[in-house]
Design a protein around this ligand. Structure first.
Ligand code: PEP
Ligand code: MN
Length: 364
């Protein structure tokens, strides 16, 4: 279901100069010099729209660097005065909101550990009431779309119209190459649910390491995200937090220069004709797929009835294993990934079982 929120389109935001909206700066403000050096180098690129720096850092373990605190807000104010760049920081409590606004911070974002907590979100929303600051809500650490939407709705209900989302990936127990799993289907689904919501991607916290940043940023652009948040630092290897994922301002320039930005719409009639024909073919195949599924499920139901008459269980493990083996092998021959075939057939199998359950448990 779509949610109609009256959110200001990103094109109307004062900070937006075109796609991608670029937010960059260090993970943490460390010293005045580090903040100012980064800001001047970024401003000189002419590619960054907002300077970011974490002032209060929500750290997983105690005794890690927890941010310089309100002291750093003076440096952000100086950045704004000296470079003209709008500035942004993360807020996690009411006090953070009041302090940041007092120092003229233009953009606030709510971090992944905070957006997972509705009590914290409500407190922040209450503190934002009556302000016209720009706010981005990062996804919660767990891939729960309703929780993310709930966090966004709380800020919206506080009257914030310059409101957006930042996709920063989801944490898992397993150690994976990326620091956080992108699970792109979650932000894509958010887009479908709240179409007007501006959406940024944060490749730094998804990738967790420099070599992955470009591919994640490119993917976000190909999925039509509105912007990017990328951490940058004049000397990343010696950063006080998240050193593996920060890049120098020069590194940021190189990354942005490599990004391919594709058009969202085209007015080229030849292109549109060909695309239209290809889409007709896709629609035909989708129609056939649905018809085939319906026929397959009819057979499943018949099997269910037959099993019932003969008092046989629904789930027959060896049969299921045989199906998966056969379709995976055939899929591989045809160039379909094993993961795709596996997911597809798990969904089909589940629907089959549900159909058979209904038959088994039907009265009479
Ligand atoms: C950050 O942006 O520095 C940060 C801590 O992000 P997240 O909440 O995504 O971990
Ligand atoms: Mn960080």
């Amino acid at each position: 279901m779509k949610t109609r929120l009256f959110i200001e389109p990103i094109q109307n935001w004062s900070i937006y100069k075109g796609r991608p909206l670029m937010i960059s700066g260090p993970c943490s403000a460390e010293t005045e010099k580090q903040v100012m050096d980064t800001a001047f180098q970024l401003a000189a690129l002419n590619k960054v729209d907002v300077f970011r720096a974490g002032i209060w850092k929500a750290r997983t373990r105690p005794n890690a660097f927890e941010g310089v605190g309100s002291e750093g807000l003076k440096w952000l104010k100086l950045v704004k005065q000296e470079t003209g760049l709008p500035v942004g920081t993360e807020v996690a409590t009411q006090k953070h909101v009041y302090e940041a606004i007092k120092f003229g911070v233009d953009v606030l974002w709510i971090g992944a550990r905070t957006s997972a907590n509705p009590f914290a979100m409500q407190e922040i929303a209450d503190a934002l009431q009556g302000t016209d600051v720009m706010v981005f809500v990062k996804n919660p650490v767990n891939p729960d779309l309703e929780l993310w939407i709930g966090a966004i709705e709380r800020i919206y209900a506080a009257g914030i119209k310059h409101l957006g989302a930042i996709h920063r990936g989801f944490s898992t127990y397993e150690k994976t190459a990326f620091r956080n799993q992108p699970k792109w289907q979650v932000p894509i689904e958010l887009r479908m649910r709240i179409p007007d919501l501006p959406m940024l991607c944060d490749p730094s916290h998804i990738g967790g390491a420099r070599p992955y940043l470009f591919e994640i940023a490119q993917k976000a652009m190909d999925l039509n995200f509105d912007g990017l948040m990328l951490e940058s630092h004049p000397d990343p290897d010696n950063a006080w937090s998240d050193k593996n994922q920060q890049i120098t301002p020069q590194g940021l320039k190189e990354l942005l220069d490599r990004l391919v930005l594709r058009q969202v719409v085209s007015h080229d009639s030849r292109f549109l004709d060909i695309l239209g024909e290809l889409r007709v073919q896709i629609d035909l195949f989708d129609d056939q797929l649905i018809d085939l599924m319906e026929q397959r499920m009819q057979v499943s139901e018949t099997i269910g009835k037959y099993k019932k008459e003969n008092n046989i269980t629904i789930l027959q493990n060896h049969r299921w294993e045989e199906i998966i083996r056969k379709v995976t092998a055939k899929g591989q021959d045809k160039g379909l990934s094993a993961e795709f075939v596996d997911q597809l057939f798990k969904a089909i199998h589940l629907e089959s079982i549900n159909r058979q359950m209904n038959v088994m448990n039907a009265k009479g």
